[in-house]
Design a protein around this ligand. Structure first.
Ligand code: SF4
Length: 268
């Protein structure tokens, strides 16, 4: 049974300490929050690090959530940064990221985090924790994630638990019960709290949702994509698979199509 929130708050601050270093790959998502709380409960926070990579385009509320989590655990955030945004990386690489290949993740997250680890964390006594959720799709990612982190050993505190599998809603409620308001993107209907809802790995559904709830942010991404298209040719984040063929689907076209379909629905 889950202990009451006040007991849990005490436990995450004063848990049992074991030798070694515990690095939570803190993405600002609710899964990484759940992982951090469980590591703190089990090992205490003396040798706990919340390692977070700044992509330069995160939602402002991600940083509020990350700071609140740091205060809850009494662990300051360790923030690493390449200095570029995903859009700048795409310009530099002459390649627009998409759902098949997103170099921004490697350049802005993996490389800065690894660089920090190489300087501060000995693989011989360090564990890295990743808060992926316990779904078949996420579990399938574990071997590749573990390979990417080698030589550091990885742990996935939300997967394969003996207790019940935690849903995203349960994790969000857990944060509230511990006095940390979840990131606002979840409340706005996004599944992930990354790159302010503009992740190039997201599909059409998320981009249409972004157009609905944050049109100014969609316009920002559309302008960035147009800038890259003017340099790189007919590239796009999304693909259109209608009619049995696959072709680039720029955000500008997706927006025009959504507006036209919305207009037709209103007229009928
Ligand atoms: S969240 Fe998406 S857009 Fe942001 S760095 Fe990762 S893959 Fe790139």
């Amino acid at each position: 049974m889950t202990p009451p929130a006040t007991t849990r708050k005490r436990r995450v601050r004063a848990g049992h300490i074991t030798p070694g270093r515990h690095i939570v790959q803190f993405s600002g998502g609710i899964g990484s929050f759940g992982a951090a709380v469980r590591v703190a409960e089990r090992y205490g926070t003396d040798r706990l690090t919340l390692l977070i990579a700044d992509t330069g385009i995160e939602d402002q509320d991600l940083w509020r959530f990350a700071e609140d989590t740091g205060r809850l655990l009494d662990v300051p955030l360790t923030r690493v940064r390449d200095g570029r945004t995903p859009w700048e990386v795409f310009h530099d690489k002459k390649f627009l990221g998409n759902d098949r290949l997103a170099p921004c993740s490697q350049v802005l997250k993996q490389i800065p985090c690894r660089r920090w680890m190489e300087t501060h964390a000995d693989p011989a006594d360090t564990l890295v924790y990743i808060g992926i959720e316990d779904t078949p799709r996420d579990r399938a990612r574990i071997p590749a994630i573990a390979r990417n982190w080698a030589p550091w050993q990885t742990r996935f505190p939300l997967c394969g638990r003996r207790e019940e599998t935690l849903t995203k809603d349960q994790l969000l409620n857990e944060a509230r019960a511990l006095g940390v308001e979840p990131p606002r993107l979840y409340g706005l209907g996004f599944k992930h709290n990354n790159c302010a809802g503009m992740c190039v790995r997201a599909g059409q559904r998320q981009w249409l949702h972004l157009l609905d709830v944050m049109p100014e942010r969609y316009a920002e991404a559309e302008a960035e994509e147009e800038g890259l298209r003017s340099r790189l040719g007919n590239v796009s984040i999304l693909r259109d698979r209608r009619g049995g063929t696959t072709r680039p689907l720029p955000l500008r076209e997706l927006r025009a199509r959504a507006r036209a379909e919305g207009g037709r629905r209103r007229a009928s």
